[in-house]
Design a protein around this ligand. Structure first.
Ligand code: GLU
Length: 502
């Protein structure tokens, strides 16, 4: 049986959109499921759209998710190079072969001439009708063509789409797809600068890299007609095609775009991206406090379903359950609340120390210089109470510094002057008694004197943390330190007195 070989083939035109991550994930899972090979190919033939740093970003994103290619730039392999710009010399012979066979032709129209054509006719297409009146090797005399070719200026090669025919293929997701060849334009396959376009480079590389399955976004469906036609002309067997459904905006209307992140207030890119233009700066899922496994779990279900109601999948479970047959045709709505829900689940099930290492930088940035062991204890207490890792710090500042503000409404409701001496005594005991547990000191004092827990716990909590929210108070005090919390209580009592005296 042929060995399954799939590729993720992004163009380095900017940061990798979350839809691209899903494409990478599905390719990765399909390869793992079938003991196949997952290849990363960088499609960087469009020099105008090339963005420095984008390839490094793509690779860093794949590493963050753990979707490591078996072959690719930086990963090696027998089918390289894996950057199309380094394969430039390969493509021309294939374009010229198509010309020799009569399936493609030289087009001498300059970009300016084509622009004028488009200005005069907004629906202008270079196709089997218009090509008959344009400057190309089909219309010009042989000697003129030879002369122009010898000058070698702006000579593009275009695919000669057949007239009055149909081009069809079986898509694993969409079934049988048919295109009317009259509707398809004569795509440029080799540009005047000698660079192939996406279409030529894509099929030549898929063929030479022995790709068996092409799994990519729906936006490439119509190009596939051109690709299938080129495979026919070349006499090559096409790979199988699967076009993934769109990822829709949270409203369910229209495709999720890179600007939707800012608009709806959530990331749409895996990692943060800094650009010279402010509107092109994006915060990533990583920097926003999401865990890679949570995002993968969220993404795998955006377009694929296991056929039952299982929602939680480790990557190994995904590798077993995944199949192209359960990918849906209709668009999948990007529901950020669902992503948060997954993230919460993965945070709760994460190792405390691992979480601590993840948030260590953020703690330092915020000026909290604490040990990773201390952070790990904070994570233990906080992780069930957050949806994102950064909230472990922003929702728990009292673990790092005494509260600056207190919940006045609760203090006014709860505080009575007769509580004062007991609160002070509890504070003092916490400072003096380092031997007993926090619980023994506080609850012991309250029960020994026959006091009511409900009269003291809210006030002690506010004294230590400033508010009524937070993890278990006894455990929090133990983590922060009994002496520190004792001092916080003594200080807070003066505040309570002043507040309630007014
Ligand atoms: N370079 C194309 C992209 O940027 C790849 C499409 C394909 O997978 O064929 O998405």
């Amino acid at each position: 049986m042929t060995k399954v070989r799939v590729r993720f083939a992004p163009s380095p035109t900017g940061p990798l959109h979350i839809g691209g991550v899903r494409t990478a994930l599905y390719n990765y899972l399909f390869a793992r499921k079938n003991n196949g090979t997952f290849i990363l190919r960088i499609e960087d033939t469009d020099q105008l759209r090339y963005v420095p740093g984008a390839e490094a970003y793509i690779i860093e994103s794949l590493r963050w998710f753990g979707l490591l290619p078996d072959e690719g730039p930086e990963f090696g392999g027998d089918f390289g190079p894996y950057r199309q710009s380094e394969r430039k010399a390969i493509y021309r012979q294939y374009a010229e072969k198509l010309v020799e066979q009569g399936h493609a032709y030289y087009a001498f129209d300059t970009p300016d001439e084509l622009d004028t054509m488009r200005e005069q006719n907004s629906t202008f297409k270079y196709d089997n009708v218009s090509r008959q009146n344009l400057k190309n090797s089909l219309t010009l005399a042989h000697d003129v063509v030879e002369t122009l070719l010898s000058k070698n200026q702006h000579v593009a090669i275009r695919l000669k789409m057949p007239e009055n025919g149909t081009i069809s293929f079986d898509d694993e997701i969409r079934g049988h797809v048919t295109f009317d060849s009259n509707e398809l334009d004569d795509k440029v396959i080799l540009k005047g600068d000698g660079m192939p376009t996406y279409h030529l480079a894509n099929i030549v590389d898929d063929h030479l890299m022995e790709i068996t399955h092409v799994i990519r976004g729906e936006e490439w469906l119509s190009s596939t007609a051109h690709h299938v036609y080129m495979y026919q002309c070349m006499g090559w067997n096409p790979p199988s095609f699967s076009h993934l459904p769109l990822i829709l905006k949270p409203t369910g209307q229209g495709k999720l775009s890179k600007r939707d992140g800012a608009k709806f207030g959530f990331p749409v890119f895996p990692l943060s991206w800094d650009s010279d233009h402010e509107e092109d700066n994006f915060t990533g899922f990583r920097e926003d406090g999401f865990l890679p496994d949570a995002i993968l779990n969220f993404l795998v279900l955006l377009g694929w379903s296991p056929g039952n109601d299982q929602e939680l999948f480790t990557i190994s479970e995904m590798c077993v359950a995944f199949g192209l047959d359960k990918i849906v045709k209709s668009g999948a709505r990007f529901d950020i609340d669902k992503a948060r829900w997954f993230n919460q689940h993965y945070i709760i099930h994460s190792d405390n120390l691992k979480l601590a290492y993840l948030i260590q930088n953020k703690a330092i940035e915020e000026g909290y210089h604490v040990s990773v062991e201390y952070l790990s204890e904070v994570c233990r207490l906080m992780k069930e109470r957050v949806h994102k890792t950064d909230e472990i710090i922003s929702n728990a500042r009292f673990f790092f510094a005494p509260p600056q503000i207190y919940d006045d409404a609760t203090i006014i409701k709860k505080y009575k002057s007769e509580n004062k001496e007991h609160l002070l005594a509890i504070g003092q005991n916490l400072i003096n008694n380092q031997g007993d547990t926090t619980e023994a000191i506080i609850k012991g004092y309250i029960s020994d004197l026959g006091l009511k827990l409900g009269d003291y716990m809210p006030l002690l909590r506010i004294a230590v943390s400033g508010s009524m929210q937070g993890p278990d108070l006894m455990e929090s005090i133990t983590v922060i330190g009994k002496e520190e919390c004792g001092n916080r209580i003594l200080k807070a009592v003066s505040y309570f007195e002043t507040l309630c005296a007014v």
